[in-house]
Design a protein around this ligand. Structure first.
Ligand SMILES: C[S@@+](CC[C@H](N)C(=O)[O-])C[C@H]1O[C@@H](n2cnc3c(N)ncnc32)[C@H](O)[C@@H]1O
Length: 210
């Protein structure tokens, strides 16, 4: 049911930083692009957009195979699933895509199939819990200060886990938090992504110093 709704309201897009990944997204070509909140057939569809932070995360993984190969990957707040799918394509030992929105997990499964990979999914809220992975992906999760505080404290406590954070410069990735990170890459967003992401021209990939 949610699968059919997602397919009806999205189109396949490669107009982003990782054109090697086909993703079902809500683009300006979709009637839903101009719809008001009360016209949406699902809760706010964050999974329908490929956020610039997620684009940086997936781009970095595709360009740096060692980051995923033979590693156990967890993509927290996976949205459309691009980070998880990139890791699966780069031969991760296992990939778990996590989002508290079940629609995001259906979208992730649709997108994984489109790209000929499969990933495990969970809608549990993992933030604050013990997780068993080698590399943890965080794509564009620093849009709210209160949430960022909880998220970042959790990330700081994950000893031995490689934490990669994609972010276009959102306000909650503050200078204090950036001081605990190393900048690994900066990417210029393609024009369509700039349109969809309201003004961000580039996006960055950071690694937690832990
Ligand atoms: C801005 S979107 C980013 C999606 C994707 N990572 C990307 O960059 O394209 C944030 C996502 O985080 C999810 N989210 C919010 N709180 C969460 C939580 N506690 N655990 C897992 N996912 C969460 C939302 O449902 C949403 O899909």
């Amino acid at each position: 049911m949610s699968r059919a709704v997602i397919l009806r309201h999205t189109v396949t897009s490669r107009a982003h930083l990782t054109p090697e990944l086909a993703l079902r997204l809500i683009t300006p070509a979709c009637p839903l692009w101009r719809a008001g909140g009360d016209q949406l057939p699902f809760p706010d569809p964050y999974w329908g957009f490929y956020w610039p932070g997620g684009q940086a995360t997936a781009r970095y993984i595709l360009d740096n195979p060692g980051m995923a190969k033979n590693r156990r990957i967890l993509d927290v707040g996976c949205g459309c699933g691009a980070g998880a799918i990139a890791a699966a394509k780069m031969k991760a030992e296992s990939v778990l895509a996590n989002d508290i929105d079940p629609f995001a997990l259906t979208a992730t499964n649709i997108n994984a199939s489109l790209n000929a990979v499969s990933v495990a999914t969970t809608s549990a809220n993992l933030i604050g819990t013990r997780v068993d992975c080698d590399t943890l992906l965080v794509g564009d999760m620093f849009y709210d200060e209160q949430f960022a505080e909880t998220l970042f404290e959790w990330l700081l406590g994950l000893k031995g886990v490689t934490v990669l954070i994609g972010d276009p410069g959102r306000h909650a990735l503050t200078a204090r938090r950036r001081a605990a990170l190393t900048l690994l890459a900066r990417y210029t967003l393609p024009p369509d992504s700039c349109l969809e992401n309201r003004g961000f021209l580039d996006t960055t990939l950071w690694k937690l110093n832990n």
